[in-house]
Design a protein around this ligand. Structure first.
Ligand code: ARG
Length: 569
């Protein structure tokens, strides 16, 4: 739009003596039935000794000769101009193609830092399907902020410290098998975990022993720490395999244990600033609480520190290191109170930056079961998605030239991820295999498929023409204009997603492009004059340039959601 505004101002300045800056500030975007650009003429009346309406009429007539404008009219004292759609089309398509994989990126966040705390599972248990949400919403928000020029730091705040690991170590020391631990990894840890919880119920001594064990860990006892380290390593290795499948990366795995040695210091600091008090034997933050609200606990009566204590220490540390513009914690809504209290406590300690902390909550996933049964591990869901796609693709013999194994991974996992991100973040959603893996509709596969079609048509047509060599006045079909308008909306959707911390905005915009693209294709199937690979070479080039722009925008959009777009499927 900027370019047209400039052209409009230039035309006007030729006739009405006025400087460009002033004109630029006077030109507005009117309601759409009055064109694309509008300027009032009263300010010129005095000097020109003419009525504003007369000035508008004369000027409009003169400007209407410029082919950039489809229509320039005077409406009372206003000049209204409509930009020719051919020029808009040309501009948008050329801009997208020139940007390539930089499309929809900007420097709006340059120089500002964003810290994202996401995924952050507890160790010693396999990742469950529900971990998908924090992991992929966080990943997409990281990618979107990066695309807008922010300096992004990804932190995985593992739940790797606390009494649970005392329980686990105690049960391992009593009946554990090191060989099994090394061979079976996290599934054996889960077995031990279940066993520990049973013992906690049945053996009254066990709980005390576990507490002692955690105390040993907190005191840095060598053998206790060695076992803890082994449990952590096994868990983290397993997590990393899944993150790799999902194409998710972290700058730091700084879990709760990272702050274990700073507990006395942070408690002292809280005590000196906000204040602390004893509540039913526990040490809590002294700040206003509402009626019946459990206070924020820093230390239990046995002296053990807690999740909240470590989160306060972590927030301070992150502020000192990154001076963030935003610190985003992508964590389920069940921790709402925790984060409200975290912010309140930081505020009570005198940290004015607490308002830069945002708890990015999300709803639950319902209705999930896999072929294997009810305990739903993330890895198994991904396996099943990939194998379902693989089976489907293998049935189709026309796919011989495709690397089905690779593509079914991209499509299966992409389908699950998109199926998650397309929902409004705070809503619960229902998982349905048929919906996730449907090639039609608001699905990842649907969008991936639209992208692959673009690639195959470009291939068939001998590739896209060079930028600048295209006659865009040939693109006149309503389907073509609609498609251009849809792809032009993607950068705005990325910005909205960033502002509202809502990747679904982008998912929705991509779906609109895919939908319009499908309509264009279908019309082309029945109406020969709309075939993309037209006989007329200029027409073919104009259409292939459009297809190329659609391809680029779908690929980039999916990439910002953390979904790979295969070229063929
Ligand atoms: N480990 C926690 C859990 O699984 C989530 C941690 C979220 N991040 C944080 N800084 N509190 O519930």
């Amino acid at each position: 739009m900027h370019r047209y505004k400039k052209a409009f101002a230039e035309e006007i300045s030729k006739i009405l003596k006025c400087d460009m800056d002033q004109l630029n500030s006077m030109i507005k975007v009117p309601e759409s039935d009055r064109g694309d650009l509008s300027i009032p003429c009263f300010p010129f009346a005095k000097e020109m000794k003419q009525s504003p309406a007369k000035i508008a009429a004369d000027t409009a007539l003169a400007i209407s000769k410029n082919p950039i404008f489809e229509k320039v009219t005077a409406e009372g004292p206003y000049i209204n101009a409509t930009i020719s759609s051919c020029h808009i089309i040309e501009n948008i398509i050329n801009e997208i193609r020139a940007a390539g994989d930089k499309f929809a990126t900007s420097q709006k966040g340059a120089g500002k830092s964003v810290v994202l705390d996401f995924s952050s599972p507890n160790i010693a248990k396999p990742l469950g399907f529900h971990h998908l949400r924090s992991t992929m919403i966080g990943n997409s928000l990281a990618l979107i902020h990066e695309a807008m020029g922010y300096d992004v730091t990804r932190i995985n705040f593992l739940g790797d410290w606390g009494k649970t690991f005392g329980l686990l170590a105690e049960v391992f020391n009593r009946k554990g098998d090191k060989t099994r631990l090394e061979n079976e990894g996290i599934s054996y840890l889960l077995e031990l975990y279940i066993e520990a919880n049973k013992l906690k119920e049945s053996d009254p001594d066990f709980d005390d022993a576990a507490r002692l064990m955690f105390k040993k860990q907190e005191d840095g006892d060598e053998s206790a720490m060695e076992l803890w380290q082994l449990i952590r390593d096994i868990s983290l290795n397993e997590f990393k395999l899944i993150y790799k499948r999902l194409n998710v990366d972290f700058d730091f795995y700084e879990g709760e244990s990272f702050y274990r040695n700073g507990m006395d210091e942070i408690i002292e600091e809280i005590d000196k600033s906000a204040g602390t008090r004893i509540d039913q034997g526990a040490l809590v933050v002294d700040m206003p609480y509402s009626d019946g609200e459990p206070p924020m606990m820093l230390k239990k009566s046995d002296g053990a520190t807690l999740y909240a204590t470590r989160d306060i220490a972590a927030a301070k540390d992150r502020w000192n290191r990154f001076h963030f513009e935003k610190a985003l914690y992508v964590v389920g809504s069940e921790q709402k109170r925790h984060f409200t209290q975290l912010k309140q406590a930081l505020g009570a300690m005198g940290n004015s930056w607490e308002d830069k902390i945002h708890h990015v909550t999300f709803g639950r996933i319902h209705g999930m079961s896999t072929r294997k049964g009810n305990v739903v591990f993330l890895n198994e869901v991904l396996d099943e998605a990939v194998s379902r796609v693989f089976e489907k693709m293998s049935e189709d013999s026309s796919r011989t030239s495709i690397d089905i194994e690779k593509v079914s991974k991209e499509v299966g996992i992409g389908g699950i991820v998109f199926g998650d991100l397309k929902n409004l973040r705070i809503s619960d959603y229902n998982f349905d295999w048929n919906e996730v893996l449907n090639t039609k509709g608001f699905t990842g596969i649907g969008v991936q498929y639209a992208h692959a079609r673009c690639c195959s048509i470009l291939n068939k047509g001998g590739g896209a023409p060079q930028i600048g060599n295209v006659d865009f006045s040939l693109l006149t079909a309503p389907e073509e204009i609609a498609l251009v308008k849809d792809i032009a909306r993607i950068p705005g959707a990325v910005e909205e997603a960033e502002k509202e911390l809502e990747p679904s905005k982008l998912a929705r915009a991509l779906y609109e492009v895919a939908k319009t693209w499908n309509r264009y294709q279908q019309t082309g199937n029945s109406d020969k004059s709309l075939r993309i690979i037209a006989e007329d070479i200029n027409l073919k080039d104009a259409r292939l340039a459009l297809v190329d722009a659609v391809r680029i925008s779908l690929k980039k959009g999916l990439e910002l959601l953390g979904v790979t777009a295969p070229d063929a499927m």
